[in-house]
Design a protein. Sequence first.
Length: 618
Amino acid sequence: MCGIVGYVGPQRALPILISGLKKLEYRGYDSAGVSLLGPDGPVTSKAAGKIRELEARLEGVPGGEGPVLDGAGDAQVGIGHTRWATHGRPSDTNAHPHSGCSDDFVVVHNGIIENFAALKEDLVARGHAFRSETDTEVIPHLLEEEYRGDLVRAVLRVVARLRGSFALAIMARAEPDRLVAVRKDSPLVIGLGDGANFIASDLPAILEHTRRAYILEDGEVAVLTRDSVEVLDTAGRPVQKEEFLVRWDPGQAERAGHPHFMHKEIFEQPDAIRDTLSGRLTDDPPGVRLELKLSAEAAARMPRLFLVACGTAYHAGLVGRHLVERLARLPAEVEVASEFRYRDPVVPEGSLAVIISQSGETADTLAAQRHLRSRNVPVVAVTNVVGSSVAREADQVLYTWAGPEIAVASTKAYTTQLVALTLLAIHLGRLRGTLSDEVTVELVAGIRQLPALARQVLEQAPAVEAVGRRLAAARDIFYIGRGLDYALALEGQLKLKEISYVHAEAYPAGELKHGTLALIEDGVPVIAMATQPDLVDKMASNMREVKARGAEVIAVAMEGDDEVPRHADQVIWLPRTNPLLVPALAAIPLQLLAYYAAVERGCDVDQPRNLAKSVTVE
């Protein structure tokens, strides 16, 4: 949610800010703004809507400066922001950056100031006039009261008065050669350049300029000039930081000729799966090699595994539970992170928690992780982002190595989570002695084939496109499945809803007769997941039930199945593999169906309405 960019250096700041904000569009936003430190002080421009609305207001930026900049177009210091509304509707006035009664201080903010109402009431009583509905605006007003000739000390005093989660970038008229950044819970990175330095809420914003970075921890304050970066704690004491080198190629964050980032990322999945597997499969002895410290004794004694996640990552956890219980014979629970800690969960001693998060910054997931660690429960993080909060705070990390995922709707991050969880289930099965050599050899051989099989699935994209475009006209779509297929149905319906805005629901196929059949009528599309051979007969019965009520049945099944085509209007075929490995393949046509339906409906595929890539507030 929200994006922050800041720059101090020898170049014009404005094009750098606009470019950086565009790299953060995947985070979700509904307004954008920039502020530049010109010769006469800060000059701010902001607009509700997309960055293109801001560019139009700037009249030709990037590449020129409009009258709105009032001579600040050549400024070499500035901050920018994309806002996802929490306090106050999306509007020009509520967009960031914000200033106080004067424009002496300018602030951009990700997160929520929980005590803003009390702070605002006190400030208004002392004569401060507010212009926006946001919680953020209390910060520049507080800076006006606390500033005594030292911006850093003023920021430290203000931060001590704030409660909530926040990432801040601040600049001041009186100190035009510096920026100050603060992190508490919300992610923030500092880019280290040559004669220039950067602030960003995520790495893609700075990759065009540098791969060297500091990852700020909670409670750290960074002071940037063009030639230096100093990091302090909230008491003002220096903090020694280790430089982080970004491994991503900047080109990975570009569309590379694809019509959308989501399209590109769907088609990157064979390579992403290959990278997730790299160095992790063994033949002698057969199995997997994971960078985890877990003894066979501890695994054998383990009473329960908890998989905790939100959204798409939660759906990956549902698949993970099935695999862990099947292969490792270990009881597993899948928990929605936003609910987990509120029910005071019973976690038996010796249990292991697996936290799943694409970004590694999801607020609810982080809160659940911290709750578990406060109870001395060891945590393994499954995440894509090196240096993320989830990764840094976990005891151990299983990286998915999917590369940057820019589209809001997760695709390759999800499939690589499925692969990582499959490896973890095999690893636990071997440690616990529940997985024979014979079965392990079969699974490892199948896993090695997944990248090639994923390419085969993608070759069917034209046929899937025809189905997806037809689905675009539907009012309601139902997804059904059993076992692993039900977990896939949940993810399939989520993808369709979040990017095409078509109403969709997923049900365990056996539950249809318990009320849902009342919603099936002539022409209603039903996506029937039928990839599990031991459940195909049951699924055939469910397909007959909906067909008898007029549904159009589109099935997803493995090649060679003779039963499914008898009960479906159309079948999307998957290459044959071990049924436990099917989820990483079956996810792909579901993503394509959602993508092509959204394109047909004219939706903003990469930036769906009301959604954010990284949900950094509760």
